[in-house]
Each structure stands twice: as structure tokens, then as C-alpha cells.
Design a protein around this ligand. Structure first.
Ligand code: F6R
Length: 357
């Protein structure tokens, strides 16, 4: 029930701080210690490579997950689009583990890969929001998102839930393998929940950004580096699917290799700057597009902001920034769609779960 909300999408965006806290709770035992099913931890730590298979927004969450399993747990990861993997399987490692990320647990493109992988006899794990869904039933193991039903076609709280669950899982796997991380993941996710709350409480600001940058444009670009690049792709997808504005997410450094030709006077560019190691580089990329007339909306993390930035995100752990930086992008897309009289919850040509290949 969407209650007092005009749209499910807005309600689901608002639920994200609570979902974050719910996930922390759901994965803790009575003593407050994080717990993941033994079989999953063993499967992760026995694998010589993790293959993440997903579509759309879940694929974008998988790209963030790769960073966690590699940087936190030391497990090499490949992330694949399920519809491509189905007919073009790469050479597999000797001891692969397959992880299917799917909000609905019903996506046909992902399921067909699961069926093939099971025939090959490799271990499988589904990360899903829907208990008892097809991909959950058919995989060896399941990790639940605990995000509550997601009704709006555009995925919001499932994306952040996926990222949070992947971060927790990577942290517990690392500990189990005897190389625990040097930060308290539960505490850091708590800080994230507060930062997300601050962002969902800034709706007026987001509505204004949507008005200032997107009210008349035909296209928009999202740029970032490293984790910010992953979020740029998700920001562009959100904007495309509900507002029908043509949008693309790019790695900051890649712009000059072609896309910069599209920049005209007033072209909106959303630039994310949350990663200290590449903050000078992304600032440089913004200068390149501004010199060609672009209208930059710079979203920077506290401590990295500069005068003239559009939005400052509360500071969180550098690996967890996607959980916060995506929130303004979700809200900006929501308001851009509203301003254009689009059907926010049921965009044209789209279905909530895609059960055809
Ligand atoms: C975008 C969106 C889709 C889904 C994709 C995969 O907002 O919702 O891109 O993420 O269809 O769906 P699941 O995660 O259910 O497999």
C-alpha cells in the first residue's frame, strides 16, 4: 500500500534507511555478530573466481559487488550481463562460484544461465528479494535482501539492499578466511543509513536540481570514476526508464574518446566525486565538458567538495559511497519524470519482472 505517497517509487526511495537497518539486523545473531550461512561462506572461500550474473539495475549492483569481493574478501570476480552470458560463456576458472543477483528472482535471462550452470555442476547462489522465487529455489544457496516488496518498476531500494548485502557478505567471508577487514562494517552501514536519511530528507533540493538541469533537455550524461562510474550507469538507467530522457553513464576518462562530441551548450552532466584517489581526475573531466558548454551538476562527498558544487553528500566509508550517491540520482530522476508528466511507477514498454528472454 502506498499510503500517503503519490507513487510507490517515492515510498520505496524513502524506505531505504529503514531497509539498511533491517539488513544489519537480519544478518546479526543474538550476540550481535554477523552471520551468513556456513555453506555460502565455504562456497565463497573455496571458489577461485566468483561469476556474478545479473540484468539491468541488478547488474549495476553486481559491478559494485565486484569491488567488495575483490578488495574486502580477496576473491577475483567477473560480472556478466545474463542475456549475453547465456550464449557467449567465457572460459571458466577451475573452481567457479556463480552468484545470480535478481530482485524478483524470476528474470528469464538470468534463469537460463542458472539452468546451464547447474548442468555443468558448478555451485550457485542467488541474491534475491523474493523468498521462494524461481532462482532462489533452483540455486544451491540464497541470500535474502529483506527490502520488502518492491512495486515500482524502477528499482531503487532493491539496488541499495543488494549492495549492502554484498558488502556484508564480503566482510564475513573475509573474516572467515582469516583476513578480517580493518573497519566495522555494521558501524559503517549504520553511518550510511543516517546519510541516506539525510538525502531522502532533501527532496526539495532534488526537485530543484531536476528542474534546473532536466526540464527541457533531450539528453544527459553521468560521469564518475571507479565506484562512481558504477553509480553513473545506474543513475543514467533510472533517468532513461522513467523520464525518457536519453542518458548515458560514462567513465570520466572515457568521455574524451568520443562522447565529448555530443556536448553542446547547456548539456547536463552529472558528475560524481566521492573517490579521493581519482577526485582530481574527475574534476579535470568536468572542466573539459564545461569548456564545451556543458551544464555541470557536481555531487561531491563531504571533505572533497569545492566551491560551486551542486550537492554535498554526508561522508561515509569510501567503499560504501554508492549507497549514498545513488539516492540523489533516484530522486532527481523521479522529479524529472514528474515534471514531464510521465507515469513514474509504470513507465511505458516496461514490466516489473522480465520473464521472457
Ligand atoms: C531497472 C530495473 C531492471 C531490473 C532488471 C533485473 O530499474 O528494475 O533493470 O533491475 O530487469 O530484474 P531482477 O533484479 O528482478 O532480475
Amino acid at each position: 500500500e502506498k499510503g500517503m505517497y503519490p507513487h510507490y517509487m517515492l515510498k520505496e526511495i524513502d524506505e531505504q534507511p529503514a531497509v539498511m537497518r533491517k539488513i544489519i539486523q537480519a544478518y546479526q545473531n543474538e550476540q550481535g555478530k554477523l552471520e551468513i550461512e556456513e555453506g555460502i561462506l565455504t562456497a565463497l572461500n573455496n571458489a577461485d573466481r566468483l561469476y556474478i550474473i545479473a540484468a539491468g539495475t541488478s547488474y549495476h549492483a553486481g559491478l559494485v559487488g565486484k569491488e567488495y569481493f575483490e578488495k574486502i574478501a580477496g576473491i577475483p570476480v567477473e560480472v556478466h550481463i545474463s542475456s549475453e552470458f547465456g550464449y557467449n560463456m567465457p572460459l571458466l576458472s577451475e573452481k567457479p562460484l556463480f552468484m545470480f543477483i535478481t530482485q524478483s528472482g524470476e528474470t528469464a535471462d538470468s534463469r537460463q544461465v542458472l539452468v546451464k550452470i547447474k548442468k555443468l555442476g558448478h555451485p550457485t547462489l542467488t541474491v534475491t528479494n523474493v523468498k521462494g522465487s524461481t532462482l532462489s529455489r533452483e540455486a544451491d544457496y540464497t541470500l535474502l535482501l529483506h527490502a520488502g516488496p518492491e512495486i515500482a518498476v524502477a528499482s531503487t531500494k532493491a539496488y541499495t539492499a543488494q549492495i549492502a548485502v554484498l558488502a556484508l557478505t564480503a566482510a564475513v567471508a573475509a573474516e572467515k578466511a582469516g583476513h578480517p577487514i580493518d573497519f566495522d562494517i555494521v558501524q559503517e552501514l549504520g553511518i550510511v543509513a543516517n546519510a541516506v536519511q539525510a538525502m531522502v530528507d532533501s527532496k526539495e533540493e532534488m526537485e530543484k536540481i531536476a528542474r534546473d538541469f532536466l526540464s527541457t533537455t533531450r539528453n544527459a550524461f553521468f560521469i564518475g570514476r571507479n565506484l562512481d562510474f558504477c553509480v553513473s550507469m545506474e543513475g543514467a538507467l533510472k533517468l532513461k526508464e522513467i523520464s525518457y530522457i536519453q542518458a548515458e553513464g560514462f567513465a570520466g576518462g572515457e568521455l574524451k574518446h568520443g562522447t565529448i562530441a555530443l556536448i553542446e551548450d547547456g548539456t547536463p552532466i552529472f558528475a560524481l566525486a566521492t573517490q579521493k584517489a581519482v577526485s582530481l581526475n574527475i574534476r579535470g573531466n568536468v572542466k573539459e565538458v564545461v569548456a564545451r558548454g556543458a551544464n555541470p551538476c557536481i555531487i561531491a562527498m563531504e571533505g572533497m567538495e569545492e566551491e560551486g558544487d551542486t550537492l554535498v553528500l554526508p561522508k561515509v566509508h569510501p567503499l560504501l559511497t554508492p549507497l549514498v550517491s545513488v539516492i540523489p540520482l533516484q530522486l532527481i530522476s523521479y522529479y524529472a519524470a514528474l515534471h514531464r508528466d510521465c507515469d513514474v511507477d509504470k513507465p511505458r514498454n516496461l514490466a516489473k519482472s522480465v520473464t521472457v528472454e
